[in-house]
Design a protein around this ligand. Structure first.
Ligand SMILES: [Zn+2]
Length: 106
């Protein structure tokens, strides 16, 4: 997946369009991400003990990865993500994520 946990993303469609947030969880199987403060749904929480009041809490729900864009940590702009193969020692190769705009590894 192009987006990982801990990334900052820009939401590009839906009701939270133009919001920025941190990725709390990346669900690669479903190709969804959970973003802080985005796609919040209200949930009624029942009182845990008698005498306590029930509460309404807001929880983020995962959104489709195609609705978000990675924000580059260097240029601060929504980045087109590319990959670069780096040859390491002992014939090891590693793939790194880069911003196509400035070339910064993400
Ligand atoms: Zn960049």
């Amino acid at each position: 997946m192009k987006i990982k946990k801990g990334d900052t993303v820009l939401i590009i469609s839906g009701k939270d369009k133009n919001k920025k947030g941190k990725v709390l969880e990346a669900l690669s199987k479903e190709r969804k991400i959970l973003v802080e403060g985005v796609n919040l749904v209200k949930k009624h929480q029942k009182p845990k003990k008698t005498g306590e009041k029930g509460q309404i809490i807001q929880l983020p729900k995962p959104i489709d990865i195609s609705n978000a864009k990675l924000i580059c940590s260097k240029c601060g702009k929504p980045a087109r993500v590319g990959y670069k193969i780096i040859a390491g020692t002992k014939n090891q190769k590693s793939k790194i994520r880069i911003c196509k705009k400035c070339g910064q590894a993400q």
